[in-house]
Ligand binder design. Structure first.
Ligand SMILES: [Zn+2]
Length: 300
């Protein structure tokens, strides 16, 4: 009798488990390998599952199929639950491209459009993605929370908050696996947040109300908190407990990457080998990932 090879759980298994335990899976964006190495080290230190995100711009820079090949090879080599998400995919064409390339999750984001159009387009994307690979986890978004993971002077105009009624309607009509609602979150960071003198206000009661409504009235069970950077520590744990299954952090990692590169260049002004310059960026990212994952899992 042969011993079966160890199998890594699927992303659906990971999300179901996180949901049952009221913790959140960490989702972190990359543009290149130094960030991936830092994120992976941070998650492995805690032995926690991991979602790697690449936006349309990030995956164009890395290569759509290259991103899939890298994450898949890490999953196999380390027998580790690391998965890849096509973050904020705005067109059907890009969603189909990601599905064919073998992404584990695709976020179809038409949240900047009116609700009617968002529902219509998301429904169409869900059908197209399921036809290519029904195992792909599909996320849809409602409510505007701005587009950019950048550092800004002031909050952009028009940031919305989603209602449980809109959430139920959107999930029921589109059939998405995961809902990203607007609950006081926002992409990017304000300068006051970078300085540590302000934090994002996440509406925990609204998370609970939306979660209860969609679970009771639709087939959608999972939810994602976008724009996690700059959130007060305690609110991460509260958001996970209230029903967020995935939490995204990107801008903080971009900031750590830039600071780390600047430090590496300053410490070694004559060095030209990137792998000798980049370690401070890797270490800075690793620290943030470990800190955030502890909060998402109520470990602090
Ligand atoms: Zn996002």
């Amino acid at each position: 009798m042969s011993i079966p090879a160890p199998t890594t759980p699927t992303l659906r298994d990971i999300l179901a488990d996180a949901d049952a335990r009221h913790v959140s899976v960490g989702h972190f964006n990359i543009s290149e390998l130094a960030a991936l190495n830092g994120i992976f080290a941070g998650a492995r230190a805690l032995d926690l599952p991991l979602l790697i995100g690449v936006s349309e711009g990030e995956r164009e820079f890395i290569g759509v199929r290259t991103a899939v090949a890298i994450v898949k090879s890490m999953r196999e080599e380390y027998a580790y639950p690391i998965f890849l998400n096509a973050d904020h995919t705005h067109s059907l064409e890009k969603a189909v491209e990601a599905a064919k390339a073998g992404f584990d999750e695709i976020i179809f984001d038409n949240s900047s459009l009116p609700m009617e159009e968002n529902i219509k387009n998301t429904k169409e994307a869900v059908a197209a993605i399921r036809a290519i690979d029904p195992s792909i986890v599909i996320e849809g978004e409602i409510g505007y929370i701005d587009m950019n993971s950048e550092v800004m002077d002031a909050a952009p105009e028009g940031i919305a908050r989603s209602s449980p009624e809109d959430a139920v309607r959107f999930c029921a009509e589109t059939g998405v696996d995961v809902l990203a609602p607007a609950v006081g979150n926002m992409h990017g960071l304000l300068r006051t947040m970078v300085a540590g003198i302000a934090h994002k206000e996440i509406d925990i009661a609204r998370i609970g109300a939306i979660k209860a409504a969609i679970v009771a009235q639709t087939g959608t069970k999972w939810m994602t908190l976008h724009g996690g950077s700059g959130t007060e520590d305690k609110l991460f744990t509260d958001a996970a407990r209230a029903g967020m299954t995935i939490i995204h952090v990107s801008s903080e990692l971009r900031l750590a990457w830039r600071r780390g590169v600047e430090q590496g260049l300053k410490e070694k002004p004559e060095e030209i080998a990137p792998y000798k310059i980049l370690p401070p960026a890797v270490e800075g990212i690793e620290k943030i990932v470990t800190d955030r994952l502890k909060l998402f899992n109520g470990m602090q």
